[in-house]
Design a protein around this ligand. Structure first.
Ligand SMILES: NC(=O)c1ccc[n+]([C@@H]2O[C@H](COP(=O)([O-])OP(=O)(O)OC[C@H]3O[C@@H](n4cnc5c(N)ncnc54)[C@H](OP(=O)(O)O)[C@@H]3O)[C@@H](O)[C@H]2O)c1
Length: 285
């Protein structure tokens, strides 16, 4: 009987456990497991905060990274800084909160690259207002960017993702959600929690459709990370850390680490899941 690669590996492991064959014959090459060498990545909201943490990690792992955000200067500055070590980071400024904007970003990317290995839908916005004061503007701004943009940008880049995807090396779509889409936050951020809970469920449905084309969709739900959006974590880190079971806010490496895992060979079998990276806020409080 012909054995598949996985069956052969399992059989080899059993033989190794029983002492029948030496270790060298079954050892996997774990050094390459997290490499992004030769892969292209597009990260929305990559100019600062969590998007920048991910971009820095991807560049360090060898990917050609494209970052996008509305402000051209900030986007250019970050791309220049992240290219300093010899890696590739290119700025593609765009507002992705409209379908036209998402399509324009996809076109700008595809003018430079024929295919896309990794799309990170990270750009996001929040709105805080009391229940009675909450406005339609605060609802639409947040839903347009946090939930609509990931769908329509992925749709606009579907062909490029398909062009990169294969059974041995699936393309990746990583949606940046939030623990606010999982647990009940004490903050009155009504549209934000709805947008992130929606994105987590959207991740599952998109994953179920796109996995048939070897495009793996997953999500990350961050807890508190210092950024312009989370000014509490940025400016009052000790106070926020006191409410985190791990006793600290998230560090750049925490975010880069999980994004590299999902983007690389290491995360190929994580399909439709949302990984919480929050020091235990959502599930260990
Ligand atoms: N920080 C946290 O604690 C935390 C926790 C949970 C989830 N998150 C999620 O993580 C993601 C990143 O958040 P962050 O904290 O890093 O926020 P941030 O510092 O405010 O960064 C947001 C990024 O998105 C870009 N952006 C905003 N509106 C845009 C638009 N319409 N089109 C294109 N780009 C746009 C911004 O650049 P421009 O202003 O130049 O456009 C910036 O690069 C968001 O989805 C957020 O919900 C953050």
């Amino acid at each position: 009987m012909r054995l598949g690669r996985w069956s052969r590996l399992c059989q080899a492991r059993m033989e190794y456990s029983s002492g029948a064959i030496p270790n060298s014959e079954v050892a996997m090459d774990t050094k390459k497991l997290f490499s992004l060498e030769g892969r292209s990545a597009l990260i929305t909201g990559g100019s600062r905060g969590i998007g920048r943490m991910i971009a820095e990690g991807f560049v360090a792992q060898g990917a050609r990274v494209y970052i996008s955000s509305r402000k051209t200067d900030a986007c250019d500055r970050t791309a220049t800084e992240l290219s300093k070590g010899g890696g590739t980071c290119v700025a593609l400024p765009m507002d992705v909160s409209t379908v036209d904007g998402a399509r324009a970003l996809a076109a700008a990317y595809q003018a430079r690259e024929p295919s896309l290995d990794i799309l990170v839908n990270n750009a996001g916005a929040a709105w805080l207002a009391s229940f009675d004061e909450f406005s339609e503007k605060g609802w639409d701004k947040v839903l347009d960017l946090n939930t609509k943009a990931p769908f329509f940008l992925t749709q606009a880049l579907h062909k490029a993702l398909r062009a990169a995807a294969s059974p041995d090396r699936p393309a990746k779509v990583i949606n940046i959600a939030s623990i606010d889409g999982i647990y009940v936050t004490p903050n009155e951020t009504y549209s934000y929690v709805a947008s992130k809970a929606g994105l987590i469920q959207l991740t599952r449905l998109m994953a179920s459709k796109l996995i048939k084309e070897h495009i793996v969709v997953s999500a990350i739900a961050p807890g508190p990370f210092a950024s312009d959006m989370n000014i509490f974590a940025r400016d009052r880190a000790a106070e926020v850390a006191a409410r985190v079971p791990a006793g600290r806010i998230g560090a750049d490496e925490d975010m880069a680490g999980v994004a590299i895992f999902l983007a690389s060979r290491a995360g190929d079998y994580v399909v439709g899941s949302t990984v919480t990276v929050d020091g235990g806020v959502a599930f260990a409080s």
